[in-house]
Design a binder for this molecule. Structure first.
Ligand SMILES: [Zn+2]
Length: 199
């Protein structure tokens, strides 16, 4: 009984800390004005292999994240979902299918972007990463981060190796899934990341 109570208190504390962190991030970004859309990216949503993730939920989260005012829209990108034939293919994939998409670039442990394919690893989608889970960051925020990170590759971004000093927030193009490198977890592109190339 006591154990259950402690568990509840710990869970509430984790939720509170997570909410405060999210509010800090949100308040930081509302000061940044949204750019006028200059690039329209059509995308379609599908799955590969056997996945545990709910596809209706996946599709909804992708749509909400891509056009969230804290996201890549600030770099002038507008995302439009199409049934098929999009410029970008957002795919919830069984881990072995992620690797199979490009065995030299992708692994079955992580999500991966290659060409027009944005592959979200079903294991990570359902379970998050150790780097986020260890400090009690919600799966919801992990999903936002990994989606924005992989779409960032599609938009022409490579990896960033360290955090900026300002509030110590991790660039979204830092590989937060494998480690936070002393940065605070962050799901959205930083002002310095608001560019695209090759569209
Ligand atoms: Zn990456």
């Amino acid at each position: 009984m006591l154990g259950g109570l402690v568990g509840l208190i710990v869970a509430a504390e984790v939720a509170r800390t997570d909410m405060e962190a999210q509010q800090k991030v949100d308040s930081y970004y509302v000061t940044v004005s949204k750019a006028e859309p200059q690039f329209v990216v059509t995308y379609d949503v599908s799955s590969r292999g056997t996945v545990r993730g709910d596809m209706d939920e996946f599709r909804r989260i992708v749509a909400e994240t891509l056009n969230d005012e804290r996201g890549w829209v600030r770099a002038g990108v507008k995302f439009e979902e199409v049934k098929s034939g999009g410029r970008m293919h957002v795919i919830l994939a069984e881990p072995k299918e992620v690797k199979a998409a490009s065995p030299t670039i992708c692994s079955d442990k992580l999500s991966c972007s290659v060409g027009s394919l944005v592959l979200l690893n079903d294991d990570r989608w359902m379970g998050g990463s150790d780097s986020y889970n260890e400090i009690g960051v919600s799966l919801e925020r992990y999903r936002l981060m990994v989606l924005n990170h992989e779409v960032g590759h599609f938009l022409g971004h490579g990896h960033i190796q360290s955090c900026e000093t300002e509030q110590g927030m991790a660039p979204v193009m830092l590989q937060q899934s494998t480690g936070l490198h002393g940065c605070e977890p962050n799901s959205w592109p930083l002002p310095s990341e608001l560019w695209v190339k090759g569209l």
